[in-house]
Design a protein around this ligand. Structure first.
Ligand SMILES: Nc1ncnc2c1ncn2[C@@H]1O[C@H](COP(=O)(O)OP(=O)(O)OP(=O)(O)O)[C@@H](O)[C@H]1O
Ligand SMILES: [Mg+2]
Length: 500
């Protein structure tokens, strides 16, 4: 039996002297801007018989996992709300040691004091380690980054060392620079003691240092698509050695904004690679498209199969008019300031959107040090793991229900809890139905004004869905009890009683 995945040879020199990319490579001169990014990248024709063979299945079931009965397996998945689609998915592991990670990875995990794998890790680790293509969907803040990075490190450990001129073995594509940098920090933390090198490639920053890193040779490259295409086109790196491809925030990477670029990049990677896609949301529109990039894949979902939020977030929706928002925001911030922990992210559609009065007031609060506030657009909505954010405010409602899930997911990371306030105006009516579903699924109080808005406007796609809100006072616990009945789905939900 293969035991732990062993250590990479620490003595082996990695810094291999001079840059690898001389003028003889024939790429276009560096720094030149091209009209259509990726225009010069040709789709590669792969002949699998000619490509060097590589291994991608490194998984050996731990004896403790082998002993897990079918009953226990099903019970565990039920308890953790893990759903599996596709054949041949290994059993989950319930403890880190069952994954047989190398000791240097275990050391970092222990330093972090993580008690056990999260549900997505429990099922995602063995699946990713067994070399399968996969889609992993789990709540915001549930540890998806390690779900792909740790198996990625094992994958790298089993590949031949990089030679001069080789590009990365593991490529992680992410939608924003901030997320790419964050993922690289995690890759660095877990890879540093085995000298697995990683770098981050993103637009809006000088190319020189990024090129130098690539030239030195990195096993892991975390990239935003545009800049990577730029480098591929200019011959600054290549994906000939890439056998482990990750799309983090995969639904975002496959939506209209990124999909053409993803296609260009994936065309440069051998087709027998392992492909892994991750997100907290998996809208219908991208599912079919994703299959273009996956082979015989397994999908795992943690939590509800429909759009759903992290249940550790208290979601409060304030139905109001556009011109009421500033005052409401100021009032809300005053309340938040009274809290001991008050780190807050305020999402706006564009930074111009909120008024001078609000800016002045927020600046004052921020300067006074009473509340650390970040005002952000959707650039910060996905993936960012900022410690102890306690509140998220949606000053403007986002453009899609997926964005709502990701934005509020900046709070309640890992085992923490958090609160999300959302200003919802009649102008957002189109989104009301989705929002109600998300609130119901998470058993949140539904603001009666939101239901009224839907019923009066037949909003949210106009299906004529009707909600009935029943409430009564329960003297035994001195609170109101709310029940929402949704006629279309014949579904009852029992939200928290406190918010009426
Ligand atoms: N097993 C674990 N136990 C406790 N905390 C963990 C565990 N694994 C990861 N974490 C922590 O949970 C936090 C969230 O992890 P991560 O950023 O990977 O979430 P995510 O699922 O990618 O969220 P998002 O959908 O928002 O991108 C991180 O701070 C990470 O260190
Ligand atoms: Mg993430």
């Amino acid at each position: 039996m293969r035991g732990s995945y062993g250590d990479r040879d620490r003595d082996r020199g990695r810094d291999r002297g001079s840059p690898r990319f001389g003028s003889s490579r024939g790429g276009p001169p560096s720094g030149k801007k091209f009209g259509n990014p990726g225009e010069r990248l040709r789709k590669k024709r792969w002949d699998l018989d000619e490509l060097p063979k590589f291994e991608k299945n490194f998984y050996t079931e731990h004896p403790e996992v082998q002993r897990m009965s079918q009953f226990d397996l099903e019970e565990y998945r039920r308890k953790k709300e893990i759903t599996v689609r596709g054949t041949g998915c290994p059993k989950p592991i319930i403890s880190f040691h069952q994954a047989h990670f190398p000791q240097y990875v275990m050391d970092v995990l222990m330093e972090q004091n993580f008690k056990e794998p999260t549900a997505i890790q429990a099922q995602g680790f063995p699946l990713a380690l067994s070399g399968r293509d996969m889609v992993g969907i789990a709540q915001t803040g549930s540890g998806k980054t390690l779900s792909y990075l740790l198996p990625g490190i094992v994958h790298i450990n089993h590949q031949p060392y990089l030679e001069r001129g080789d590009g990365p073995i593991c490529l992680v594509l992410a939608p924003t620079r901030e997320l790419a940098q964050q993922v690289q920090q995690v890759a660095y933390d877990y890879g540093k003691s085995s000298r697995i090198k990683s770098t981050c490639v993103y637009g809006g920053a000088p190319k020189g240092p990024q090129i130098r890193d690539l030239e030195r040779g990195v096993e892991i490259c975390i990239a935003t698509p545009g800049r990577l295409i730029d480098f591929l086109e200019a011959g600054k790196t290549n994906l000939r050695r890439c056998t482990y491809l990750v799309l983090d925030e995969a639904d975002r990477m496959l939506d209209m904004g990124f999909e053409p670029q993803i296609r260009k990049i994936v065309d440069q990677i051998r087709p027998d690679r392992q492909t892994l896609m991750w997100s907290a949301t998996w809208p219908k529109e991208v599912r079919q498209l994703a299959e273009d990039f996956l082979k015989d894949y397994v999908q795992i979902n943690v939590g509800a199969l429909e759009l759903s939020a992290n249940h550790n977030i208290l979601q409060i929706v304030d139905v109001c008019m556009e011109n009421e928002k500033d005052n409401k925001l100021i009032q809300l911030m005053e309340e938040i300031m009274a809290e001991k922990e008050n780190k807050t992210i305020i999402f706006v559609e564009t930074k111009k959107r909120y008024s001078q009065a609000a800016v002045k007031s927020l600046t004052h609060i921020f300067r006074s040090g009473k509340a650390p506030i970040l005002i952000a657009t959707d650039v910060a909505s996905r993936g960012l793991d900022v410690e102890d954010v306690k509140f998220v405010i949606n000053y403007d409602y986002p453009n899609s229900s997926e964005d709502y899930i990701h934005r509020i997911g900046r709070t309640a990371r890992s085992t923490n809890k958090g609160t999300a306030y959302t200003f919802f105006t009649p102008g957002n009516l189109r989104q009301a139905r989705d929002l109600i579903r998300v609130l119901q699924e998470a058993r949140q109080a539904i603001n009666p004004k939101l239901l009224q808005l839907v019923d009066s406007g037949r909003g949210g796609g106009g299906g004529g869905e009707r909600h009935f809100l029943l409430s009564w006072f329960n003297p035994s616990c001195d609170t109101w009890v709310q029940v929402v009945f949704t006629a279309l789905t014949s579904r009852w939900s029992f939200p928290f009683p406190w918010q009426l």
